[in-house]
Ligand binder design. Structure first.
Ligand code: GTP
Ligand code: ZN
Length: 469
């Protein structure tokens, strides 16, 4: 499956809608079971204990997430649009201009969507702006524009194809004078475990913008596109200023970039059982794993996952820690205490419940006394990466960072704040776009010294407001 029949004039793309899908319909159960088995192979390949408490339900959760994230394969555009078209009189023939159901542009802006990247199987975020020019004195219910866009987003996708498929389905479904789509897409950057210790300022997100137009929007220079862009400008979206994707930017997914290919050629070969497991997941989702865009996807997904195995980093970190430990009997002079802060240290991690990335920054505060240098920032960043590159939960990550830093400090007084966006909270399930999670671990004096804590929070606040999101 995968590609759509909509483009050929048939807007029924195959199978029936599996609504809700909370308790799966009977026919989905073998597929769910097959995905669960495949996920167990992946967890074993990472060296994980599939029976440990945090992972026991992970295979089922991942199966549910994949199923939910590809529900568009089981939905029909026709069901959504049919019955949602209603008459709205346009201007009389002898009047000049366009309005109502005859030629007046309608756009719905800022629709938040999520899709799965067909190159690496990670979710990517979409801000979708969709417009159409009615004809035949009929308009469509506004929500349907979003629902149709979601049918195609909930598949394995690539930005331009997604835009073209939504555009073409709406054009055929509504039969308007024209349809236009602008998608602003954001993909998480792959951390490169080898170089991340040398280069901590890796860009966290990759962005691209794509357009698609049908009917009177076929011509990119048509005046109606300028109207569309002006209406976007009211929302602060300036198309002229964003980098429009051209044919030279073939790779929008970081897993396809030349750098990523270079790095992966140096790393250990991927485990073939894991690659086979991912291919079987694609099949269970109803995808054709031989489709040319998907041929390397299982291998790329496994490479991403292997970042979170992190065996080599153990050695690296232990080596660094042993030389730096302070004498535990010496105490901080709390009278003229000073707080040293390391703020906005980036991290990448993988949620152990859904095997989806969570990403953000860590802030660390501790006391320093005269005569003692702060811990080297590179060591603190290594500790953060060490605990990040695992199957994790944010609370544990926060505590582990605090517990590892504490023995390096006089008296072990430390405060750690982790701020993160969880893909599992945004791209699936509850879909809380823009939500973020903050966690705190406080050891030693920081739990009672409210003034010290306040000073630390003040530093975080100042650094956060200046942070570029
Ligand atoms: N405490 C904590 N929970 C997390 C973290 N990452 C993901 N979760 C949550 O783990 C929970 C797993 O819940 P389940 O009900 O077993 O799984 P689910 O059916 O996929 O849950 P929904 O996300 O509500 O759809 C969800 O509430 C997630 O939001 C984390 O770092 N810390
Ligand atoms: Zn990708």
């Amino acid at each position: 499956m995968g590609c759509l029949d909509e483009g050929n004039g048939d807007i029924e793309n195959g199978v029936s809608i599996g609504c809700g899908e909370v308790g799966f319909e009977e026919e989905a159960k073998p597929d769910i079971a097959a995905i669960e088995e495949a996920v167990k192979v992946l967890l074993l390949g990472l060296g994980e204990d599939v029976n440990r408490e945090g992972l026991r339900k992970t295979p089922l959760r991942v199966a549910k997430a994949f199923r939910e994230g590809t529900r568009g394969y089981r939905q029909k555009v026709k069901d959504i649009v049919e019955g949602a078209l209603f008459p709205e009189a346009g201007l009389e023939n002898n009047r000049i201009g366009h309005a109502g159901g005859a030629g007046g542009l309608v756009i719905v802006r800022d629709l938040d969507l999520y899709s799965y990247c067909e190159s690496c199987l990670l979710p990517f975020q979409i801000k979708c702006h969709v417009g159409y020019v009615p004809s035949g004195q009929r308009v469509v219910g506004l929500s349907k524009l979003s629902r149709v866009a979601d049918v195609f987003a909930k598949r394995l996708q690539e930005p331009q194809r997604l835009a073209d498929e939504v555009c073409s389905a709406l054009y055929q479904g509504i039969k308007p004078a024209g349809v236009a789509l602008v998608l602003q897409c954001t993909h998480i950057h792959f951390p490169d475990i080898e170089s991340i210790f040398l280069e901590s300022s890796q860009q966290a997100w990759l962005k691209t913008l794509v357009l698609s137009g049908s009917g009177i929007f076929d011509d990119r220079k048509a005046d109606v596109w300028s109207d569309f862009f002006c209406l976007l400008k009211f929302r602060g979206i300036e198309i002229e200023k964003v980098h429009l994707r051209g044919s030279s930017d073939q790779w929008w997914c970081p897993s396809l970039s030349a750098l990523s290919a270079k790095v992966s050629s140096k790393t250990v070969p991927v485990n073939p059982a894991m690659v086979t497991a991912v291919s079987s997941i694609l099949k269970s989702l109803g995808e054709d794993s031989l489709r040319k865009e998907l041929t390397g996807t299982p291998g790329r997904f496994v490479k991403w996952m292997m970042n979170f195995q992190s065996i080599d980093m153990d050695v690296k970190l232990n080596g660094s820690l042993s030389g730096d430990t302070f004498d535990p009997d010496r105490e901080v002079n709390f009278k003229d205490r000073q707080i040293h802060c390391e703020l906005n240290l980036p991290f990448w991690s993988q949620c152990e419940h859904h095997i989806l990335p969570f990403h953000g920054v860590v802030h660390i505060g501790y006391f320093i006394s005269e005569g003692f240098d702060p811990i080297a920032k590179s060591l603190v960043q290594s500790i953060v990466h060490f605990y990040g590159f695992k199957l994790q939960v944010q609370e544990r990550l926060t505590r582990q960072i605090a517990e590892t830093i504490a023995p390096l400090l006089l008296g072990g007084h430390v405060i750690v704040v982790v701020e993160a966006s969880h893909t599992c909270m945004i791209s699936r399930g509850i879909e809380k776009f823009g939500s973020s999670t903050a966690t705190i671990a406080v050891l030693g004096h920081f739990s009672t010294d409210l003034a010290a804590k306040a000073m630390f929070f003040q530093s975080v606040a100042s650094a956060t407001t200046s942070r570029v999101q």
